[in-house]
Design a protein around this ligand. Structure first.
Ligand SMILES: [Zn+2]
Length: 305
């Protein structure tokens, strides 16, 4: 009799432990479009979140193949985080439609448009909206200003609190830590770039206005004649002449563009082609959102030596 009762007690407490264990370790499933949102979600969610990013850090985020495996991830997700504006317009709507998960659809409690409250640059007026321009709601590459990371982090934090209110204090503490770290590091990064304030540069695609503004650079032209339109000979010639005239030394390219046109311009202008990372995971050294700026600032300073 006694042993039976003991066994029952042991069994019950084991069940309780298992139950508590499963509750404590059931992670919030998050899908983000790009790796930068994944990194920030991890920094806010800690071990309470399991985060999958659809695009890799060395992929052009405008163009991503909507694979069936992504639909499966989205169908099971508690939270979905998107850059928004029109960055992922070619691939997110079809993926969300196929996933049929109302929780993460626009308006659902797990849907996060990371651009909410971000002060946008280059919001076009109807007059300036040119054909071929793929940035029609304002420039969507806003995560390249580390201070915008704080808006992104807050939007993500709010969604985590909505779907998992039990861990509110943890998420909010992590948000505070993130904000403090970003403020501190941004001070260091801008200090390093201070000697180059006002420096003119050329970039391949119009994805640097936020970075440019934060670090005091001046983008004067693009290898693309219009955002999303590949470089043309006449555009490259125009850039070469501008570089010679204004003694511009730096051409910034992203990891997912071919280097031929940039190399041609560098050769003919005496400038240097510098690959900067546009996302976490662009290479092995960039594991977090903080690393992204550590890396890019180091690359620029190295090229300017
Ligand atoms: Zn773009």
């Amino acid at each position: 009799m006694r042993t039976k009762r003991t066994r029952l007690a042991v069994g019950l407490s084991l069940l309780c432990i298992l139950f508590a264990y499963s509750l404590g370790f059931a992670q919030i499933k998050v899908v983000t479009t790009i790796t930068d949102l994944q990194s920030i979600t991890r920094l806010i969610g800690g071990d309470k979140v399991d985060v999958f990013a659809i695009a890799t850090g060395f992929q052009n985020p405008h163009f991503v193949d909507p694979k069936p495996s992504y639909i499966l991830k989205l169908a099971r997700a508690d939270v979905f985080v998107t850059v928004g504006l029109d960055l992922e317009i070619g691939w997110v709507p079809p993926l969300l439609n196929s996933a049929r998960n109302s929780k993460i659809e626009k308006g659902g409690e797990g849907y996060v448009d990371a651009s909410v409250n971000v002060p946008l640059l280059h919001v076009p007026t109807s007059a300036s909206r040119g054909q071929g321009d793929i940035h029609v709601f304002g420039n969507p590459h806003y995560w390249l200003d580390p201070l915008n990371g704080k808006f992104i982090a807050r939007n993500i934090c709010e969604a985590l609190v909505r779907v998992d209110p039990d861990h509110r204090s943890l998420y909010e503490a992590n948000l505070k830590k993130f904000d403090e770290t970003i403020d501190l590091k941004t001070k260091e990064w801008t200090e390093k770039m201070r000697p180059y304030t006002g420096m003119k540069i050329i970039v391949y695609h119009d994805e640097w206005p936020y970075f440019e503004q934060r670090f005091g650079l001046q983008v004067v032209d693009f290898l693309e004649p219009k955002p999303g339109i590949p470089p043309t000979p006449s555009q490259l010639l125009k850039v070469i002449n501008e570089m010679k005239r204004d003694h511009i030394k730096i051409i910034v390219i992203s990891p997912y563009f071919t280097t031929e046109s940039g190399e041609l311009v560098a050769r003919n202008s005496g400038g240097k082609l510098v690959t900067l990372a546009t996302s976490v995971g662009a290479n092995d050294r960039i594991k977090t959102y903080y690393d992204l700026f550590d890396y890019n600032i180091a690359q620029l300073l190295d090229a300017l030596k």
